[in-house]
Every structure is written in structure tokens, then in C-alpha cells.
Design a protein around this ligand. Structure first.
Ligand SMILES: [Zn+2]
Ligand SMILES: [Zn+2]
Length: 247
């Protein structure tokens, strides 16, 4: 079992004030093997964090923290890109910076604007996730059924989700098991382990188990999930874009 957390937001994300240094110290405390900082890049009418993103300053900060903690924990850096298939130019730019990995996530794309019916919105969201997996350039699928994170009454279309996960398997994209939904008691991770089991039977092999931490306390918050993976599921990480099963 890998002890790592590959979806972590720092104060380079609009919605976190935790520093890389604080996370690195906590990772050492927890005995983690690897942590990947994946700050938000989102481009939509409500938010554009790409245009003024301090790419150079972030890399300098990362290198400094690596020089302090790099001998105790493998520190990695990447991005969580919102809807990369809708922003191919900006995604290619991110690739040109040689991140360890890119997470592709559906957050708040313009195409969902104006859909007021909840069920209709959910199915439209699912379709954007599927299109992103089909057309996007990224390594890890972030919170595949992410609406569950924000809406208690979200109703899953499990067969559709499983088709999307099977598409991940055929494109070499690794779905994460995002445990941030579990902060609400009784809510399973995203996606649930039943969907992951079906992904494995559809030919999938790899998963990442990620906290989607926005505070230091949330780092590697639900370690039990990694011990409960369905038979055949293998954890992995990405180093300079290359998938590794162990370190
Ligand atoms: Zn966030
Ligand atoms: Zn996200």
C-alpha cells in the first residue's frame, strides 16, 4: 500500500491558505511517502486563475520546500485543471512546464449555466466529465462524481459513471478516489468503491487515493480507504508524468 496524497491545495489556490511548507512538515509527521501539490487552474466566466497565476513564484517556493523536506518525503507538483478538454491551449502550456501530473476535474463550466432542474444538471455534469475523459490531456480524473461533494441529495447514474471509468481505463487515465466527500458523515468517497470495483472488472487497474486537502489537517485524512480497495486495484503515483506503482 502506498502512503501518499496526490491532490493537495496550497495558498497558490484561491480557496486555501495552507503553505507547502506546512503540508510537507505534516506529511513527514504522518510518515507519508509522497505528496503532490495540485493547485487550481480554472477558466470560466466566474473565475480565471490561469491568466495571473504566479507559475514562476510557485516553482521557486516548491524548490525551496523540497530543499527543506525532500530527503524525508517525495514532494511532487502538478495542477488541478478545470475542464482541460475545453481549454487545450492552456493545458498544453501546463504540460510545457513539466508538472509531475495534471488532474482533470469538472468544476463549474459555462455549458452548465442556466440548467435549473437538478436532475438535468446532474446528468449534464456527468456528460461533461465523460467528454473530458474522452478528449482531455490529463493524467488523473478528479472526483468523477464531484457533485456529491456539494449536494447532499445528488443522485448518481451508476451505469453512466462506470462507462466513464471504463473510458479512463482505455485512455490510460487514472481515476482518483477522492475522500473529501467523506468529511460529511456517511458519504462515500468519489467515486464509491462499488464503482471502482466495476472499473477494475472493465479492465481498469490503477487508482490514486486523494484527500483533496485545502487545509493541513485534511492531508491524508481517511487512510482506511487505501486499505479497502477492491481486489485487483493498484495504487499509483506520477513522477514527471510517468506512472509508477511503487517508489
Ligand atoms: Zn478547491
Ligand atoms: Zn476539484
Amino acid at each position: 500500500m502506498l502512503r501518499c496524497d496526490l491532490h493537495v491545495h496550497t495558498n497558490f489556490s484561491f480557496d486555501s491558505s495552507a503553505t507547502m511548507e506546512e503540508y510537507a512538515a505534516r506529511a513527514v509527521e504522518l510518515g507519508l511517502q509522497a505528496v503532490c501539490f495540485t493547485d487550481h487552474i480554472d477558466i470560466n466566466p466566474r473565475r480565471d486563475t490561469f491568466r495571473d497565476f504566479p507559475f514562476d513564484r510557485r516553482i521557486r517556493c516548491f524548490e525551496r520546500v523540497k530543499s527543506l523536506f525532500g530527503d524525508k518525503v517525495l514532494l511532487l507538483q502538478g495542477y488541478e485543471m478545470g475542464e482541460p478538454h475545453l481549454h487545450p491551449k492552456e493545458t498544453a502550456f501546463l504540460r510545457s512546464l513539466h508538472p509531475d501530473m495534471i488532474i482533470g476535474s469538472v468544476h463549474d463550466p459555462e455549458v452548465l449555466d442556466g440548467i435549473s432542474d437538478r436532475r438535468e444538471y446532474e446528468r449534464a455534469y456527468d456528460r461533461v466529465v465523460r467528454d473530458m475523459v474522452r478528449d482531455g490531456d490529463f493524467d488523473v480524473l478528479g472526483h468523477a462524481d464531484g457533485l456529491r461533494k456539494w449536494h447532499d441529495d445528488y443522485r448518481e447514474d451508476l451505469p453512466f459513471l462506470c462507462d466513464t471509468l471504463a473510458l479512463c481505463a482505455s485512455r490510460g487515465i487514472v481515476p482518483e478516489i477522492n475522500t473529501s466527500s467523506m468529511r460529511r458523515a456517511g458519504t462515500p468517497p468519489m467515486p464509491g468503491l462499488d464503482a471502482i470495483a466495476r472499473y477494475i472488472s472493465a479492465g481498469g487497474k490503477y487508482v490514486c487515493v486523494n484527500s483533496d486537502a485545502h487545509t493541513v489537517r485534511q492531508l491524508y485524512e481517511f487512510p482506511d480507504i487505501a486499505a479497502q480497495l477492491p481486489r485487483g486495484a493498484r495504487q499509483c503515483l506520477f513522477v514527471q508524468g510517468r506512472l509508477l506503482e511503487s517508489m
